[in-house]
Design a protein around this ligand. Structure first.
Ligand code: ADP
Ligand code: TRP
Length: 322
């Protein structure tokens, strides 16, 4: 059985890009793998400095995963900061991470280009992520395309460590589902919590409809032909529509007759129905935060057993034992 691991930041409401890019893949992996899923609150701290928001966001992200079908008895599910061991490994790895490797990371370059002041934490974010992955000897890491470079950093660090200190870490492989690699937001850019362009999974009907109606489309008249493959609305339809209905809509795009307003209404109904059960389940879960805390606490205990094993080995390999 392959060991599969991935994490998500509790830095805002989880959206359909997170769902198709990562959460659904992880939930599907439950069937036949040794699965590790966690909420990376230490990473979120690089952008959220608000006690209430971070704490509540963490509980909500946990409720989201469980409501969408993650079964904590068939995986290891915890909150990153409950295992401070990862911070020790981060330090050890950071002593062999070249500055240049981190300076080249797109997510750091993009954030600073957008005017976010770069903290040391934001800069060293990929080292913490490498520690997350290597601490559990993960073989496969399912992520959206935006995280591919961070995975390469984790691989580079693992290889360098193994070269210097002897075989210690499994070198992880990314798993990127090409059909959902980048889900576009309502403005056509990558859907992201940081760009205010998301369609959150757990919106009530009215705000959900408003959000779907806000999807940007061009102003081509209904009867004119349109290119489905450059249309942001069409890219979102592909995630929810049956192949038959999608083929009909594609035909309308190509030969004229695609009315964006009607198509958006159809998309709204599809999203509403797709997540209807999960929405109810999430409400129930959030009504009982102590139940959620209990699940996360047991998950942390399970995760700690594995983490301690690797960390002991690492401490020994580098000479932190005397
Ligand atoms: P965000 O950009 O919204 O802050 P995160 O960085 O927390 O999202 O990403 C969590 C997971 O969801 C990652 O695996 C990431 O690759 C995936 N993901 C995020 N946005 C998208 C998207 N628009 N399309 C596909 N996958 C995505
Ligand atoms: N950086 C990832 C993101 O923003 C989240 C993350 C942190 C992660 N640690 C990880 C993903 C380890 C996979 C494995 O999406």
């Amino acid at each position: 059985m392959k060991r599969i691991l991935s994490g998500i930041q509790p830095s805002g409401k989880l959206h359909i890009g997170n769902y198709f890019g990562m959460m659904k893949t992880m939930i599907d992996y439950m069937e036949n793998s040794d699965l590790y899923v966690f909420i990376v609150d230490l990473h979120a701290l690089t952008s959220v400095h608000d006690r209430e928001r971070l704490g509540q966001g963490t509980l909500e992200a946990a409720a989201d995963f469980l409501a969408l079908g993650l079964d904590p008895d068939r995986c290891t599910f915890w909150v990153q900061s409950d295992l401070p061991e990862v911070c020790e490994l981060t330090w050890i790895l950071s002593t062999l991470t070249p500055m240049g490797l981190l300076e080249r990371c797109h997510s750091f370059k993009d954030k600073t280009a957008r005017g976010l002041t770069a903290s040391h934490g934001l800069f060293s974010y990929p080292v913490l992520m490498a520690a997350d992955i290597l601490l559990f000897q993960s073989e496969i890491v399912p992520v959206g395309k935006d995280q591919k470079q961070h995975l390469e950093v984790a691989r580079d660090i693992a290889i360098k460590f193994n070269n210097i200190f002897g075989d210690t870490f499994v070198v992880p492989e990314p798993a990127i589902n090409e059909s959902t690699a980048i889900v576009p937001g309502v403005d056509g850019q990558k859907m992201s919590k940081s760009y205010d362009n998301t369609i959150p999974i757990f919106l009530d009907d009215k705000p959900l409809r408003k959000r779907v109606m806000a999807i940007q489309t061009d102003s081509t008249p209904v009867e004119d032909p349109k290119d489905p493959d450059t249309c942001n609305l069409y890219a979102l339809l592909k995630l929810f529509m049956t192949p038959q209905r999608l083929a009909e809509i594609r035909d309308l795009y190509i030969h004229g007759g695609a009315a964006y307003g009607h198509i958006k209404q159809e998309l709204f109904e599809l999203i509403r129905d797709y997540f209807a059960d999960a929405r109810l389940k999430k409400k129930e879960l959030l009504a009982n935060p102590d139940y959620l805390r209990g699940i996360l606490g047991s998950g942390a205990d399970k995760a700690r057993a594995k983490a301690t094993f690797t960390l002991d080995l690492v401490r020994d390999r580098v000479g932190l034992k005397y």
